[in-house]
Design a protein around this ligand. Structure first.
Ligand code: ATP
Length: 232
């Protein structure tokens, strides 16, 4: 479904991502692991067309989407790092925005689905996003992304700063979405939980692919942690 070939991202003289390739079949979860500054966000944002690509190619379902911005990518949605919600919009308005230009009937159907998956939002449709707790805001950011009706969801550190209970809940939801066949690229520091969810793993170090392969091949979560955290 997603094929990234020799992707490079630069910010001036900083080589944030250097010749990284990755593949994801439909319904799979790709875990992107690495230390802070390894290039994970840059990789995801480049796939979503939100930062310029210095070189390389991104294909979705066989179509070249290199550099196309997110709003022109049918079937792809992003949960950005830090969640990034408009604080003065209500939960309901935020969800509606996530649906983009979809027609009314489609929007209504998606909203029903989102509220069924994320029941914590159901009683809060009139509440302003800026007054939500961290966990609730994450649910809303996830709901907004799902309103796009994606086949591929890009998640940049969805559990960052959340309580253990809220983190648990996010992983529960992601596990269900995976069972339902949604493909995901997941940037996550909680390697134990993320490893259990992942089909494939890509470990970045200083912008380069240190390891790439099926999650089972990496060994257990401890082996993955060793790979990410051991200095080489
Ligand atoms: P984190 O977990 O801290 O978000 P990361 O693995 O996602 O880290 P990136 O945020 O992609 O890594 O950063 C990769 C490199 O690019 C870092 O050296 C970072 O300082 C640099 N960088 C990221 N964004 C920019 C930018 N807009 N301008 C200049 N340098 C940037």
């Amino acid at each position: 479904m997603l094929k990234v070939t020799d992707l490079a991202v630069r910010y001036g003289r900083i080589h944030a991502v250097q010749s990284v390739s990755a593949r994801l079949e439909g319904g799979e979860v790709l875990l992107l692991a690495g230390l802070n500054g390894a290039g994970k966000s840059s990789f995801v944002r480049a796939v979503a067309g939100l930062v310029p690509i210095a070189s390389g190619k991104v294909e979705l379902g066989g179509r070249d989407i290199t550099g196309l911005p997110l709003h022109r990518l049918d079937g792809v949605a992003l949960l950005p790092e830090g969640r990034v919600l408009a604080p003065s919009l209500t939960v309901g308005e935020t969800l509606k925005l996530g649906g983009g230009a979809a027609g009314r009937a489609v929007l209504r159907g998606r909203k029903d689905e989102v509220l069924e998956r994320l029941p914590e939002l159901a009683g809060r449709l009139g509440q302003r996003a800026g007054t939500l707790s961290g966990g609730e805001a994450t649910m809303l950011a996830l709901g907004r992304a799902l309103m796009a009706g994606p086949r591929l969801l890009l998640l940049d550190e969805p559990t960052l700063g959340l309580s253990p209970a809220a983190t648990e809940r996010v992983f529960e939801i992601l596990a269900r979405l995976r069972r339902e066949g949604l493909g995901m690229v997941l940037v996550e520091q909680n390697l134990r939980r993320a490893h259990a969810l992942a089909d494939r793993v890509l470990v970045l170090r200083r912008g380069r692919a240190l390891h790439r392969g099926p999650a089972g091949e990496t060994g257990d979560a401890q082996a993955l942690e060793d790979l990410v955290f051991t200095d080489q």
